[in-house]
Design a protein around this ligand. Structure first.
Ligand code: SF4
Length: 223
């Protein structure tokens, strides 16, 4: 179940200097196409959905009613949602910085998979899998539409980051996602966060020179 934010609810104390977080710098897309706010608390807030429809347009996401509410709230020095109070990305003393309005995104964060074989303590994946809508693997058709729309609207992207709550390489079509990114954004750095439990030569090793520039092996479960 996706919890809806209370747009007209209590949003915290206003300040004179604005407020900021990275939601106007980044784009996070879950394996089922959901676009949530960007932290463990904000992930409860749905901002929109990515779709494979030919007329799907990223600017209809970035300038929808919820993004307008985020922009206006931060300009007024207010928290957009009650969940912001617990958000690791909230900066109460920083003026709002809207990179998206400047046609730049510092990080496009894609969750290729919600599936994972491990059960690391502290990871909310198992709990999320009980309530989140499927599919649990990102469909390359959806990802291609996102990339095409970003490109059509002339967004510069500093980094594509494959992570999210599951193990990216569990998606059997992970290599297709990487190849699509290379096709639309050949000069942008790509990084994958993996648990390191997949056989490299038979998975991303098959991409050869097209593989992500950086592989981060996470050992969250080691304790
Ligand atoms: S501070 Fe608020 S708007 Fe920003 S990412 Fe966190 S929950 Fe979302």
């Amino acid at each position: 179940m996706v919890l809806g934010p209370s747009i007209n609810g209590s949003n915290g104390e206003a300040t004179d200097d604005g407020m900021n977080c990275e939601i106007l710098d980044i784009l996070y897309i879950r394996s089922n196409g959901e676009i949530p706010c960007n932290c463990s608390f904000g992930e409860q807030i749905n901002l929109d959905w990515a779709k494979s429809d030919a007329d799907w347009d990223i600017d209809e996401v970035f300038y929808n009613r919820k993004f307008a509410h985020i922009r206006e709230s931060f300009k007024q020095g207010k928290m957009p949602w009650k969940e912001c109070a617990d958000c690791a990305f909230l900066n109460r003393d920083e003026p709002v910085r809207d990179l998206i309005a400047q046609k730049r995104i510092s990080k496009v964060h894609l969750e290729p998979s919600l599936a994972c074989k491990l059960r690391c303590p502290g990871c909310s994946r198992v709990e999320q899998a009980k309530t989140r809508l499927s599919p649990f693997f990102m469909d390359p058709a959806v990802w291609e539409r996102v990339l095409a729309s970003l490109s059509e609207k002339s967004y510069a992207v500093d980094l594509f980051f494959y992570c999210g709550q599951g193990e990216p390489i569990n998606n059997p079509r992970f290599n297709e996602l990487v190849q699509l990114t290379n096709q639309y954004y050949p000069d942008t750095e790509q990084a994958v966060n993996t648990n390191g439990n997949h056989d490299y030569p038979s998975t991303i090793g098959k991409l050869g020179a097209d593989r992500p520039d950086l592989s981060i092996v996470s050992i969250d479960g080691l304790y």
